[in-house]
Unconditional design. Structure first.
Length: 270
């Protein structure tokens, strides 16, 4: 892999090769003996990967600023294959997330689905702000279930995958207040007349529909104080999880790993 060399001399860098951006660390992987490749989601650039040279060395100045979920201001030099992180300054390390298994599992899920559903270098400041607000709420100890469900619903809408919750996705008739079949492949609820036209999916209760509609219409403020029992939490999480897996066209492992480590009960299966 060819990357631009980082040097201390300013003579090897032209001004147009250097840029700054505000970013959140989505993922990272070791590279070579001491380097690290990080996946960043930035307000200005969208998602991209960059190499942080020497970041794994004990005395590295870059390493502490490129931890999971960190909100960081980075300076980069454009490279041939990967841009090179030349400087970084942490805005918020979200330390409380990394100290709490529940928060860590949900934060991992958030960055995983963003990584899966977005293409490189597609700027979307609204998505960046959504992730940043959601991480801050987890860091402050707000119930991860509500924060994560809000994040999922808002992200799906921002990326053009909003599920249809108000009209039959097949015949477009308004849906009466009753349990309805969620056709995962069609991206929405079906009325009783149309429910046989789609294989798979699951039935969504009236209570779960109300919760999802409240999230879509009123945001987190409309649901954060709602008392929801474990069975409904599993129902809502299971429905959104199944739809996210369909949209991403692959399994999403973060919450499964979190549960295997003791973070919660298994989600309802389709």
């Amino acid at each position: 892999m060819n990357v631009a060399n980082e040097t201390d001399g300013g003579s090897t860098r032209s001004a147009d090769r250097l840029y700054r951006c505000e970013a959140i660390v989505l993922a990272r992987m070791d590279f070579g003996e001491a380097d690290r490749i990080v996946t960043l989601y930035s307000r200005q650039q969208g998602k991209f990967r960059a190499i942080a040279k020497g970041a794994r060395r004990p005395l590295s100045r870059l390493g502490p600023h490129l931890e999971y979920f960190s909100h960081t201001r980075v300076m980069l030099a454009r490279g041939r294959d990967l841009d090179v992180v030349t400087g970084a300054e942490t805005e918020n390390a979200h330390l409380a997330i990394r100290a709490d298994l529940d928060a860590f599992g949900h934060a991992s899920h958030m960055v995983e689905i963003l990584n899966r559903l977005t293409e490189d270098r597609e700027e979307n400041a609204a998505v960046f702000d959504l992730l940043l607000r959601s991480l801050r709420l987890l860091d402050e100890g707000v119930d991860p279930f509500h924060v994560t469900r809000h994040y999922e619903v808002m992200l799906l809408g921002m990326l053009g995958f909003r599920p249809e919750l108000y009209r039959c996705v097949e015949c477009q008739e308004p849906l009466p207040p009753a349990p309805h079949h969620f056709a995962i492949a069609l991206g929405g609820l079906l009325c009783d007349r149309c429910r046989g036209r789609a294989a798979g999916g699951r039935v969504i209760s009236v209570g779960a529909q109300k919760y999802l509609r409240a999230l879509e219409r009123g945001g987190l403020g409309a649901t954060i104080r709602l008392e929801i029992d474990e069975s409904m939490r599993a129902e809502i999480e299971g429905a959104l999880g199944a739809y996210l897996r369909h949209v991403a066209e692959r399994d999403l492992g973060s919450l499964r790993v979190w549960r295997e480590l003791g973070g919660g009960s298994p989600e309802e299966k389709p």
